[in-house]
Design a protein around this ligand. Structure first.
Ligand code: ZN
Length: 702
């Protein structure tokens, strides 16, 4: 995400759209080296209905084409539950590890990458390197691994911050506490960052939005269905305050956050892009929230705001004066203290660190913490991501691999071009503009061309201080972009991250080296398996340029309508078809997917799988032989490749949390939704009309 990678987990609203609301960092050594796209196996032929003795073609095994026979459940009917058919074996033999709330293919790669990052960081931490980057990484990692040192240091490094938080007596000290915490990237009251001006994307402007709650979203405070979570939260906050010997009361923290939640947007409302564009200036801001001296506020934060300032949630800012008057200084002191503590807790002695983890347990169902070294990899990644990313890229991702991945992306762009050009519902005028936008998408592959530097002190014996300095530095780096030109080449994900993204304001897409691994990609896999895996990911990201949000931005990344009214009406109706269908998916008993929350991701999945399938067909066109893998035709292999990249298990609490906040449907329903709406799937498996995987009414946007 563009926003400051602060110590706390809050993420202000951003345009950034990822393929999976996924996982921490990771790093992929072996597998990451990409291979020739038009590799080894596989021909293309439209499969007829399978003959009794099986389809014609050269007989090979699933393993030889890069798919997993053991992950299949051959007893499942692919026309009824294809996810079970492709993933049933995997589901039967995988349990969610105690330290994970979700376990799937992204997590598997993440674990693999962590092993490689561990090697790099342990090497850095030996202290023998002369390279300053290696020394910085090594010292940071070592400071995190030093549990005895952390116990001994106690709260010393964070005490000045906690003191400021606790010392709220009047309006002035309230502002001081707010500013000190926000400087450190801690989420209190509202978020303040910088990002492209939605309507003039070459300029970066200051962006303000709602913030300051400790639970995942507003409904946790306001909807009775989350009462057990709110109770657990209140108990946890009470323990945190007691551990820090604060006189603050948990009920005051909950009361303030409930008031903030009441004036915050729902996750669906947050997806309304035009509603989040409310440019103003310092004067306008002063009119919205009179009790803050905004000029002095920005000065104290240490950066000059842009002349134009965007307020994401005017309703929230209009409520600030009232909120400040509604609560007493002691209540605010409790609120600020708790937020500061939660943000730094995992750098502190075990008693506080462990209590902080209790909240994650309650919210996600996760049972135990990851091993120390894994937590320290994540912390080092959050603090010094591109230093580690460079070490990773140097070791694991060759220029040849980058070239090969580029070829793949080009093939899918071509498919998307052909698809757009042949759409029957769009007028030629709108189509021309869409094609021009597609042609302008900047494709970033593997790793950035230039690397960030990290100008803050790292001490081998001061983990809490290191983390605080890192967060303060990164937060300021982001805010200081205010008023500057937008750098479209900057990466918003780490090189080793198992994910990908499209950024509407930049009209660019990034495919980090970290995801270019099995089961998404492998040098020796067949084309069908690779295009089902990474092909879908690439197609998904490109389609984001044309999902319900992306379609609001033009080729330059400006929020500007380029649609004729008739075409836009047809596009919106197609989106409604998708949203209604996904809203009927029951992800847990009586809990349904929120089709309006997941609409952008669902459109991207539907388009992505279609582009990937057409690319695979093109790459296999004219092949001399067709390969049949353990009885599966090449088309069938493609679809198994799609599903096997998304095999996944979630804990019940995690399913509930994600249904509330995650713009992605659960993986099972992403596969189900994407494939049942694609006619080529029904053909490949000869699914009769009316079966779950071949519904009477299918939806298609692109
Ligand atoms: Zn996405």
């Amino acid at each position: 995400m563009r926003a400051a990678s602060g110590l706390s987990g809050h993420r202000p609203f951003t345009w950034l759209i990822v393929v999976a609301a996924c996982s921490a960092s990771s790093k992929g050594p072996d597998q990451a080296t990409v291979a020739p796209v038009v590799a080894t196996v596989a021909p293309v032929v439209v499969p007829a209905a399978p003959a009794p003795e099986g389809p014609p073609g050269v007989k090979v095994t699933l393993q030889e084409v890069g798919l997993e026979a053991s992950s299949l459940d051959r007893t499942a009917d692919p026309c009824v539950d294809f996810y079970q058919f492709a993933c049933g074996g995997w589901l039967a033999k995988n349990e969610i590890p105690a330290d994970r709330a979700r376990w799937g293919r992204f997590s598997e790669i993440d674990e693999r990458n962590k092993a490689a990052l561990k090697e790099l960081l342990e090497d850095d931490a030996k202290g023998t390197a002369t390279d300053p980057a290696a020394k910085k990484l090594g010292d940071f990692f070592a400071s995190c691994m030093d549990e005895a040192g952390i116990e001994k240091a106690g709260l010393a490094s964070v005490k000045p911050l906690l003191d400021k938080a606790a010392r709220v007596k009047d309006k002035r000290s309230w502002t001081t506490a707010l500013i000190e915490l926000q400087k450190a990237g801690i989420d209190v009251m509202w978020s303040v960052t910088a990002g492209p001006d939605a309507k003039q994307s070459s300029n970066v402007i200051t962006q303000l939005d709602s913030g300051g709650i400790g639970l995942p979203e507003r409904a946790y405070y306001l909807d009775a269905k989350y009462k057990d979570k709110l109770d657990a939260y209140a108990a946890h906050v009470g323990k945190m305050l007691a551990l820090a010997k604060s006189p603050g009361k948990a009920e005051d923290v909950v009361a303030i956050e409930t008031a903030l939640a009441t004036v915050s947007k729902t996750p669906v409302e947050q997806r309304d892009v035009p509603a989040a564009y409310n440019p103003t200036d310092l004067k306008g801001l002063a009119a919205q929230a009179k009790s803050v001296e905004w000029g002095a506020y920005f000065k104290a934060l240490g950066f000059a705001p842009s002349a134009k300032i965007n307020v994401g949630s005017p309703k929230f800012f209009a409520a600030i004066d009232g909120l400040r008057a509604q609560f007493q200084p002691a209540q605010w002191a409790a609120y600020f203290t708790d937020h500061a503590l939660e943000a730094v807790a995992d750098t502190l002695p075990a008693a506080i660190d462990d209590e902080h983890f209790e909240l994650q347990k309650a919210l996600t169902g996760v049972e135990k913490r990851p091993e120390r070294y894994k937590r320290c990899i994540d912390a080092t990644t959050a603090a010094l991501g591109e230093l580690l990313g460079k070490q990773y890229a140097d070791k694991a991702f060759s220029p040849a691999a980058k070239q090969t991945a580029s070829t793949l992306v080009d093939a899918i762009v071509q498919s998307m071009h052909d698809d757009l050009a042949s759409l029957d519902w769009m007028s030629p005028e709108t189509k021309q503009i869409a094609l021009a936008k597609l042609a302008k998408i900047v494709r970033m592959i593997g790793y950035p061309d230039t690397w960030k530097s990290y100008a803050f002190a790292v001490k081998r014996d001061d983990y809490a201080g290191n983390a605080l300095r890192a967060s303060t530095f990164e937060t300021h780096r982001q805010r200081a972009k205010s008023g500057k030109p937008y750098d479209r080449s900057e990466w918003e994900m780490n090189t080793f991250t198992v994910n990908a993204y499209y950024e509407p304001s930049a009209n660019n897409t990034a495919l980090p080296a970290g995801i270019l691994q099995v089961p998404f990609f492998g040098a020796d896999r067949g084309i069908a398996a690779n295009l089902g895996g990474i092909g879908l990911v690439i197609g998904h990201e490109l389609t984001h340029g044309f999902d319900d949000q992306g379609a609001l931005f033009d080729a330059e990344g400006n929020l500007q309508n380029w649609w004729s009214p008739e075409d836009k009406a047809k596009f919106d109706a197609k989106g409604t078809c998708v949203a209604d269908q996904y809203s009927s998916f029951e992800a847990a008993p009586k809990s349904f997917v929120s089709g309006r929350l997941t609409l952008g991701e669902d459109i991207a999945d539907l388009g992505g799988v279609k582009m990937a399938f057409h690319s695979y067909r093109t790459l296999r066109a004219g092949a001399a032989k067709q390969y049949v893998a353990d009885g599966l035709t090449e088309d069938q292999q493609f679809f198994v490749g799609v599903a096997q990249a998304w095999c996944d298990k979630d804990r019940p609490a995690e399913i509930q949390r994600r249904l509330a906040v995650d713009p992605h449907a659960p993986p099972k329903f992403r596969v189900y939704g994407a494939l049942r709406n694609l006619p080529e799937f029904a053909t490949a498996f000869a699914c009769p009309l009316g079966t779950p995987m071949h519904p009477q009414q299918a939806c298609a946007v692109w």
